[in-house]
Design a protein around this ligand. Sequence first.
Ligand code: ADP
Length: 587
Amino acid sequence: MNKRQFISHFFRLNLSSYLLALVFIFTVNWLQVEIPHFIQKAIDLIDDPTSAGHEQLKFYVWVVVIMAVSMIGIRILSRVYALNPGRITEAALKGDLLHKLNRLPNSYHEKFASGKLISIINNDLNGVRLFFGAGFLQLSNVVFALSLTPLWMWRISPELTLYSVIPIVFGFVVFRMGFKRMKKLHVEHQRRLQDLSAQLMNFLSGIDLIKSQKMSPWVSAEVEKMNQLLLRCRMKITRIQTFVMPVLDYANNLMKVLVLGLGGYMLLNQNLTLGEITAFLSYSVLLALPLMQLGRVATIYQRGMVGIDSVQTILNAEIPEQDLQQHADADRQKLRRATLSVRNLSYQYPNDSRPVLKDISFDIPPGKKIGVLGSIGSGKTTLVNCLNHHLDVPAGSIFLNETDITEMSRSDLRRYVKTVTQDPYLFSATVEENIRFGSGDGEVSKSQVEEVLALSQLAGDVSRFEKGDQTLVGEKGIMLSGGQKQRLSIARALLMPADLIIMDNVLSAVDYETERKILQGLFARLDTQSVLVVSHRVSALEYMDEILVLKDGQVIASGSHDELLKTSAYYRETWQLQQYEEEAAAC
Ligand code: ADP
């Protein structure tokens, strides 16, 4: 969707509201110019001594009062119908953005700083709301006022009208120059705001490190640098808004002087009546507001355009072809209890010069428990992120039965494979809610929640919390220890187990004994499902059907624990070393 289609889509969405608003805005502006007309008639009747003239005067006064009162009601309606579309558009766009962000692959999110995203959703979308609401209202007001008022002035005196609009014409020329300059500055302003927001998010997520390493002076200087650039840009906009944009307002004041001077001269020469000059002056006062509003309309328009561009960069981002397709239910059934096959998988990060994974092949048939052992940096997490298609793996290297995973949507793949990461994310909610989030739309009983709590060896800890499983875990689970967070995320994954559960170093923060209990409980429960446990600790993998030993991105040995003790020197040495550590920890 290009920008024009985008704007017309949302105008069409709120068409009836806009049409009603236009009727009310026109009526208000019409009443606004009619009132001075009746005042003019009333003033010209003041000196009329006849009783008919007196009655007529009274009638005109009533007309003015009724018009003024009805104008209040109609103005309110015009605002309601003109401003609502802005809110409706904002809500619709927030929904669209959320939907799109949910569907875009992780590679997109990795490139798009979350602070920038927050700035777009707050600042840019605010600009879009104003464009579709207040912008429409003020522009319509300006258009009607600037076309009706001069017409009514013309009806009184074409000559005076022509002279009095001369300052306005000059004002417009200067206004246009300011408008052009502001356009560039608004683009720069929104970009700087996004950069600052991204940088702040960056610093906030590392606040512990910043405090512990006394990095505050450096952080303050970095933020101050960006802040100063933003301030300088904002000041340039403000200077134009203060000195250039009100030029039409100054022109309007000059117009009033001209009306008084020239009009007074015409009154003395009896070319105008007192009522007419009063009405003419009222019209020039009426012009003040729309001329002043023009500056605001220009700002709203420019912010809106910049906002639409930003929002569109997300809405127009491409979702990979295969993610747009969803398997039919029957096809999904065929993938139940499928075998995941890895065939000569090599993987190289786009910005890296050497492959991180080299020629890896293995199968995970239904119910098989596979372990992956490797030291830090050997490529374990990269392998996991290839298996769940988090990374863009080369075609022809990972299959689910006969289907290449690069040809199926990620959401279909995730029905089959569920990953528990080493860095578990918890939401700011209760323990129970954090577990239930794992159930999707499925109904889950309380006893199921308790069962997974017990399986993940967390039930004991939770029973010691004052509010049990209703305890709030705080933002990102700040109230829990590292090990508790990991066990909670395991409980979440177990609630609705998939055919294959991948656990990437999820037990690194629990002690050996708890680790063993969790795995034994898990295997007893998941007898028909497959599990792939990634760890740098042999103790976590001892009971696996098969263990792959990963070194520098290559599988250097594979087999059961007992087999590897005999066949792989690397495995045996790692095991012996960790046995000492375990014994030392137990003492
Ligand atoms: P492990 O999980 O075994 O500790 P990783 O898979 O995290 O190992 O990392 C393996 C190698 O890949 C490391 O050399 C690491 O620097 C590199 N690596 C990991 N993530 C990226 C990335 N996003 N971009 C480039 N290189 C990466």
